[in-house]
Design a protein around this ligand. Sequence first.
Ligand SMILES: [Ca+2]
Ligand SMILES: [Ca+2]
Ligand SMILES: [Ca+2]
Ligand SMILES: [Ca+2]
Ligand SMILES: [Zn+2]
Length: 616
Amino acid sequence: MSLFQRAISQLARQGRCALPALVACVVAAAPSATCAQDRTEATSLLRFDHYRDVAELVAESKALTAAHPALLTYVDLGKSSGELPVFALILNNPKTGVDTDKPAMYIDGSIHGNEIQASETVLYTVWYLVENYGKIPAITELVDRTAFYFVPCVNPDGRQNWFDRQNSPHSSRTGMKPTDDDRDGALDEDGPDDLDGDGSIGMMRRPDPNGTHRRSELDPNVMEAVSPEPRADGTIRRGDWSMAGMEGIDNDGDGEVNEDGPGGYDMNRNFPADWQPDHVQGGAGDWPFSYPETEAVGRFILTKPNIAAGQAYHNTGGMILRGPGAPNREGAYAADRAVYDAIANAGAEMLPGYRSLVIHSDLYPVRGGFVNWLSESLGIVSFTNELWTEKRISQNGGSPDREAMERWRERLLFDQTRTPFTEVDHPTHGKVLVGGSNKWSSRIPPSWMLEEECHRNAAFTIFHAQEMPRVSLGSPRVRKLQDGLYEVTIELKNDALIPTRTARAASTKSGLPDVVTLRAPEGTRILASGTAARRFDREFTPDEETPSIVRLESGIPSRGSVFVRFFAEGPEGAEIAIDFAAEKAQDARGSVKLTPTEASTPATNTTATSAEPAKR
Ligand SMILES: [Ca+2]
Ligand SMILES: [Ca+2]
Ligand SMILES: [Ca+2]
Ligand SMILES: [Ca+2]
Ligand SMILES: [Zn+2]
């Protein structure tokens, strides 16, 4: 079978693309929204082949909102320490209900300012969803059923500083609130200094007869580590250069170089989940939410109890991370682990080179981290993705060795990620060599690989969002116990991986339990109600509250059901309305008649997804 034939038969099986349309798109390359291989014909031509500074990120977010006013809302959350906007985009279709009545996914990026592709990934996700709404059935269905909250850049000061000022791939992680890193009473008095004027901060090397490095014979702009080698005369050959620290000078004359740069803290340690003070974990801030950016994000999230899924983007290393950030908090995840694992494992398959990992055991301890707050304090199934892995540059997906990296820089990046070495007269070290890898050299994909990185990660979060609770009513069982007395068992099903309440939320009593309300007509009475573990179980746990209300403290489990049982007194055929309400799922409505079902009469089953959403 040719590729063409296979494509036709595959599309025919999917029922997605009629043959004439496929022929049209192969022969004439005419765009057709129903062809699987089409590029979206976008109304907003956002390009994902470059990195945006904050002004461009804000302008394009506003333009995207203006182009899709029916779906997107731009919300100012506050201002950063440096007075830049912290904003959210809300994606919701008001025709299918208000956002807070639907399960929602929260997605953010760039809490660490240097981790720039995170913002592009968030913006791509917004763009992909709004552009493909009404074109790709799976996207339309998801957008109609759920809501999304996006914060493309949590730390605009750090991001803007990365573009404007001298930085390395590893700075500026911090926000820009002046902070006295070395506790000498002066703020930000000795940052890095760009001695060769290439816009980046690299390493300094100085001549040293007992050096650890030498300049490569193949490329004098590369320093090689030298292991001591014996010469014929018995002396030991060493390198002739040694590393002399980060590029810069001692601006304040205290004998230390670059000891107090701009900012100097970590907003991803500033959230109220196992938060620890500065002397335990440096950079955590004075108290949780002490920075304007974290407070803005925190306040916003606390107004949205419908958030069921969370994602924060960072770089680097190709990781899908879940909490906890410390071993003593493992218990917070134990009962929900299967859900986390199922989603992360799907992600590892969708993201070549990425692995599913745990923050404290596979990375390093994080206390007061953002996703830990979502997962542990709010019971939201959340991940951190460490975007980009150098495994992506090799054909076999393995980690490239040093030589392969050199060839990559030279032949694919055309040496744009490094600066030739320059000799500089340093006030304390004398002659030093600066240059080498610049701030674009690691942690981020080259711009021509950015779009794929964005798409795969967006697809992972779309998968995650699709697995937010989907609740419906199953067929009821009605038994006539005697004249005018009925036992009714109704099933509430959740087809998704994420339960309506995570075990963590239920055990910490975070948020509200799910509630089933039974409404009997005049002349019919609910005598008792509660839950049964299985449809045909004789055992039944009565609810202590009023019989017409059943509280489901543990919600509806992952791809499972809860059976609500009640006893009703009334005439045969009386119709009892059933209302299911949950914070993190769309409400579901239905009704059941007091008519014995041993012949199995299905209940009328409507959910809030239909034209008229349930009111709460
Ligand atoms: Ca200082
Ligand atoms: Ca500082
Ligand atoms: Ca100094
Ligand atoms: Ca300095
Ligand atoms: Zn990070």
